[in-house]
Design a protein around this ligand. Structure first.
Ligand code: ADP
Ligand code: MG
Length: 324
């Protein structure tokens, strides 16, 4: 017999994620009660993943659960905020307990890893879609915005951009290898510790969801600047280079989406502070590799350079690029 809505919620979602003392009332009543720490600002983000639009139809349920939370954790990371509470609006075409258990495992493991409690949600029937709202907090004035950079600031990126887009291409082609690239699409690691470590150091920050060049461009535009990325400095992974060759790997890194890395600007005078922050044992353990890939400019162009020449990305390099 199909599970009823209430049993379904009780079985899979009533106690998911971290247990937090600042949740006087979680799943089960008409609304949750939350006790934000005194003196902090609430930070809120929400994102929807639609079947066949934001993930391939038939994606592993654990990956869908993981990604639905990861994309929101990445938004809070980009603000330098600390995540705390999540709400989950789930629309399901059917009650499939195997699917639900895998979904809850993917969501729950990442939530526990980041100390996030699932405090409520909504469950409805219809085409598969997952919306997560994430709440967190930050000290007033401490958040990282997109609009704080100035011409001359250095531009950094975390991790190895391009891997996730290639992982998605593999998924769409039904290829299981290289597994390392598939994993980067299916289970992105949001850079929460890095975002918090960048408070007071980065002048502006954005997470990379639409592609590094596009998102760096959004940061630059919000800051009233342009941006130049040097392709030779892009930290493409060995796996991506082995699969595509260096030049196509660099294009993937510039144009591919779904990385959920952080892209941020640092004034030259604060580079020593960045290095000190990265070396401090309190934050160093959880941090990804960082790479300076270019700089903010006074002219307003958004561009990538190869050997000192502006790359034309309007037509070239789309041969492997998977449009969604
Ligand atoms: P209401 O009809 O009052 O909106 P619901 O029956 O939709 O309540 O939900 C009952 C309780 O279960 C609420 O506390 C709600 O937040 C929670 N809930 C419903 N669906 C989910 C879900 N997918 N994940 C987490 N909590 C959920
Ligand atoms: Mg409801």
């Amino acid at each position: 017999m199909a599970l009823g809505e209430f049993e379904l919620i009780a079985r899979y979602f009533a106690a998911l994620g971290a247990v937090r003392s600042d949740v006087p009332l979680g799943v089960g009543d008409d609304a949750a009660l939350l006790a934000p720490p005194a003196g902090q600002q609430l930070v809120a983000a929400i994102d929807t993943l639609v079947d066949g639009v934001h993930f391939p139809h038939g994606s592993p349920a654990a990956s869908i659960g993981h990604r639905a939370l990861a994309v929101n954790l990445s938004d809070l990371a980009a603000m330098g905020a600390e995540p705390a509470w999540a709400l989950l609006a789930l629309t399901l075409p059917e009650v499939n307990e195997r699917w639900l258990s895998d979904f809850a495992r993917g969501f729950g493991a990442l939530a526990e890893c980041h100390g996030v409690a699932l405090v409520g949600g909504d469950t409805t029937s219809g085409p598969l879609s997952v919306t997560v709202q994430l709440l967190g907090f930050a000290p007033p004035g401490a958040v990282l915005r997109r609009n704080g950079a100035s011409a001359g600031d250095l531009l950094y990126v975390s991790g190895s951009p391009g891997d996730a887009a290639e992982g998605l291409a593999l998924e769409l082609q039904g290829l299981s290898e290289p597994a390392a690239l598939r994993q980067r699409f299916l289970y992105p690691q949001p850079r929460v510790a890095l975002g918090c470590a960048l408070r007071g150091v980065a002048s502006a920050c954005i997470d990379v969801s639409d592609g590094l060049l596009a998102d760096a461009g959004k940061l630059a535009t919000a800051s009233g600047c342009g941006v130049e990325i040097d392709a030779a400095l892009l930290p493409t992974s060995a796996a991506l280079q082995a699969r595509l060759g260096l030049r196509a790997a660099q294009q993937r890194a510039l144009l591919g989406g779904d990385d959920y890395e952080l892209c941020f600007a640092v004034p030259v005078a604060r580079v020593p502070a960045l290095e000190a922050q990265l070396a401090s044992p309190a934050v160093a353990t959880d941090l990804p590799a960082l790479k300076c890939i270019g700089r903010l400019t006074a002219h307003h162009a958004i561009r990538a350079l190869r050997d000192g020449t502006v790359m034309d990305l309007s037509t070239a390099g789309f041969d492997h690029f998977v449009a969604r």
